[in-house]
Design a protein around this ligand. Sequence first.
Ligand SMILES: C[S@@+](CC[C@H](N)C(=O)[O-])C[C@H]1O[C@@H](n2cnc3c(N)ncnc32)[C@H](O)[C@@H]1O
Length: 256
Amino acid sequence: MTETTTAEHYERVAASYNEHWTYDPDYVRRFADAMVDALRLGSSDVIADVGCGTGLYTRRLAARVEPAHPVLCVDPVPAMLEQLPSSPALRPLQASAEDLVSGAVPLPDGTRPDAILLKESVHHMADRAATLTGLAGLLSRHGRVLVVMLPPAIGHPLFRAAHERFRELQPEPAEIEGILAAAGLRASISYRTFHAAIDRERYVRMLEARYMSVLSDFSSEELAEGVAQFRHAYRDTPVLRFEDRFAFVAGWVRPG
Ligand SMILES: C[S@@+](CC[C@H](N)C(=O)[O-])C[C@H]1O[C@@H](n2cnc3c(N)ncnc32)[C@H](O)[C@@H]1O
């Protein structure tokens, strides 16, 4: 195992991040549409995407919603934010979720978001309860938050050690639901499955590029061994098909 910080991992993968999924624009479109629907976003909503990364999904979400206020694209890693397209619909803000909660980086113009999206970023937050509770406190009266996350057991064709490590690190969606409920929100979990089909050789390149942050826990030798295991397991499968099943954990401010 190696010690790579989250920031180092994303600095490294930023330039190639979009490549991994943009080959299937339909996947990104369906995913973004599912998040728009789950948050019931409309054009008047003030939206913040916390841990937006390169904005791969944010840009599609903005194209669908056509928001009157630019979507606030929040991420602590400059190299990820640099990949955001320049667009009047997207407003970058270099900050972590913790920075927003502590006020170290204030929300521009003192805005209170109507919707906060956290897609695959919650596992990076050291104190999830404090951070999510703090984010819930920033919401407007019509506010809602959507935490999109993989469950600990996933269908990605990773090698065994990567599955085991992912299971150790990834929080349970029920834990996040409990935090949102304790923060006073009306909380619920639902699941969405997106079908992925990827050429095996492309997937090898994704593994080698450490497309999931869990892969940064492995040294070059351990990764090479994992890729060899993967190649052996899928030697007769030129196109990998798997179900990418995500938890959508939602929390809505209670009326009144
Ligand atoms: C797996 S990527 C997801 C990016 C984007 N939401 C997507 O789905 O394409 C996780 C992102 O969370 C960001 N991140 C890491 N720690 C964070 C924190 N404490 N607060 C907010 N974002 C964080 C990373 O910089 C990275 O861009």
